[in-house]
Design a binder for this molecule. Structure first.
Ligand code: ATP
Length: 546
């Protein structure tokens, strides 16, 4: 956190009131540094770690300068463009700006054009000339080509959020073409959690004599806020571990389970649903309305578990070309119907996530950082727990080196050990459950889910706007293969619970009944405080296996 207070930054009262409503006591460090410089009209290149409040660091000065401009010009025009790499992020930026402009909504209008499939449906929105337009570069460019966006005489500011990503994946050409449509003078902001060649290239393309804010802080929050663990195990053991951690409540609160492939997300969902553990999948095949609805419901506390796949390993330079760009079909969909403008490990503000669990090891250091950054956001605590199979060990070494650890004494990702042999009793039921998750079952579940979500997303577009009560009832974590759900596996028999875990597990049994009733199905927020997290209080014991 910074040392200044918001009211010391010379902001409009309406903005200050909105910030107070958000409950923000002070600017974060990046906000404290960026807002005054931006208000002086400087171009900014800002790097600050994930979850440090970069969105408001540009949104607040942008809104402030619009409010000032509006005092002297009354003509409505698009004055700010915010470019984002994914549709999810577009929605989120829109929401943040709406929250910040809640007391000046009549003066400042904002529209997000990244999420809607239908370009023609956006024309009327753009005809209104919202002051701020949020969109992906390709969508903004399409509108520029069709002259539904023309900012040559009006643009005051250009923001590129998650700048490295905007430049790296197929947006480069779009961006260059887009820049040709802009006036000579405007203020620019490049925001990124990571600095790489792409950000450098973008800096040269967009910024004029910028101030570079590269906060001298680690890329992730320190260990007092974010605790990082790893468990080394065989691939098959990952399922057993996941079962144990969830069923015995060694993990509590909202959890994002990351995998590397869409197929795996369904494998895990089907595995868990046999034990009556409901979870939502989140992947690039789902329609954007469903994706945004899942994230929003998760943030409201409807679900405890999301299984997310970040199959494009977005921030990995070596993954360039893996995205199905160039092969895209109408509507920006890739070869297998995957959305090129999808992203969950980058920029999305999943709120109050207590644990990020890397079931598959992320494919790059940046990817690790961005996944881990979905927890311990703002000032909240969090845990990142990573399963590491033998072939994934070299990646672990890379992450350790990049995050400044080294050697076993001093590792950043502390080993989370327990006696694997103690949970052997669960192996049989896990194997049994894994056997039911055949390739065919996964294929069917995947198809079923997409069909259902396409229907949902049609409804999400119109029906639910008129029927908000039904909107709340729409859930995305229903079993996909009820035939394989095994009711007798719902409970864990006492004799199978390892003695060393019994006290924690007992705790879980008592609380969980209440929690299922209260939290999961009635949508209350489940937030776990540090002291209550068994991952922290759990004592290491020497594992024979490791
Ligand atoms: N001054 C503040 N005080 C408290 N919370 C804040 C403050 N500013 C922002 N936040 C909250 O911090 C969270 C993270 O903010 P934001 O999404 O802007 O982070 P970010 O730096 O853009 O992260 P990422 O790099 O992952 O996109 C949000 O929930 C936001 O509401």
């Amino acid at each position: 956190m910074g040392s200044l207070r918001f009211h010391e930054l010379g902001l409009d009262d309406r903005l200050l009131k909105a910030i107070a409503d958000l409950g923000w006591a002070k600017p974060t460090l990046i906000q404290e540094k960026a807002i005054p410089l931006a208000m002086e009209g400087k171009d900014l290149l800002a790097r600050a770690r994930t979850g440090s409040g970069k969105t408001a660091a540009y949104a607040i000065p942008v809104i402030q300068s619009l409010l000032q401009a509006k005092m002297s010009v009354s003509e409505q025009a698009i004055r700010v463009l915010i470019l984002v790499p994914t549709k999810e992020l577009g929605q989120q930026v829109l929401q943040m700006i709406r929250q910040l402009t809640v007391y000046c909504a009549r003066d400042i209008r904002v529209a997000d054009i990244s999420g809607h499939a239908d370009i023609s449906a956006q024309r009327p929105i753009l005809m209104e000339k919202p002051d701020i337009v949020v969109g992906t570069p390709s969508r903004v460019l399409t509108h520029m080509t069709q002259q539904t966006i023309c900012v040559r005489d009006t643009l005051q500011a250009l923001v590129i959020d998650e700048a490295d990503l905007v430049f790296s994946f197929g947006f480069e050409e779009d961006l260059k073409n887009l820049l040709c449509q802009l006036p000579k003078i405007f203020q620019s902001f490049l925001m990124s959690a990571t600095f790489n060649e792409d950000v450098q290239a973008l800096k040269e393309l967009v910024l004029h004599n910028p101030v570079t804010l590269k906060l001298e802080e680690s890329q992730l929050p320190d260990s007092s806020q974010l605790t990082q663990y790893q468990i080394q195990c065989e691939e098959e053991d990952k399922f057993l571990l996941l079962y144990t951690l969830l069923k015995l409540s060694l993990i509590r609160g909202k959890t994002i389970i990351f995998v590397n492939e869409v197929e795996k997300s369904y494998r895990l969902k089907l595995f868990l649903e046999q034990f009556s553990i409901p979870a939502c999948v989140l992947n690039s095949e789902l329609p954007v309305q469903s994706r945004c609805h899942i994230i929003s419901q998760f943030n409201q506390g409807f679900y405890d578990y999301i299984i997310a796949s970040d199959e494009y390993a977005l921030a990995d330079p070596s993954a360039k070309g893996k995205r199905p760009e160039g092969k895209k079909k109408k509507g920006g969909r890739g070869e297998k119907g995957q959305d090129k403008e999808y992203g969950v490990s980058r920029g999305i503000d999943f709120q109050n996530v207590s644990t990020v669990l890397n079931f598959d090891f992320p494919q790059s250091v940046d990817s690790y950082i961005h996944r881990a950054g979905r927890t311990a956001r703002a000032n909240n605590p969090g845990v990142a727990l990573t399963f590491v199979s033998h072939p994934e060990l070299p990646l672990l070494t890379k992450v350790e080196e990049a995050l400044g650890g080294g050697g076993t004494e001093d590792c950043v990702l502390r080993p989370y050990r327990f006696r694997m042999e103690e949970v052997e009793g669960f192996r049989y039921r896990c194997r049994d459950a894994m056997r039911s998750v055949t390739k065919q079952a996964i294929k069917e579940a995947r198809l079923k889910e997409i069909k259902e979500e396409l229907l949902n997303s049609e409804k999400l577009k119109t029906y639910f706007e008129d029927n908000p009560r039904d909107f709340q009832l729409l859930r995305h974590d229903k079993p996909l293969h009820p035939a394989i759900v095994k009711p007798h596996l719902k409970n864990v028999p006492d004799y199978l619970v390892p003695p060393t875990l019994r006290s924690i597990a007992d705790l879980r049994t008592g609380r969980k009944g209440r929690r299922i009733g209260a939290s999961r199905f009635h949508g209350t927020k489940s937030k776990v405080r540090r002291g209550q997290n068994p991952l922290h209080s759990f004592k290491y014991t020497k594992s024979k296996k490791q």
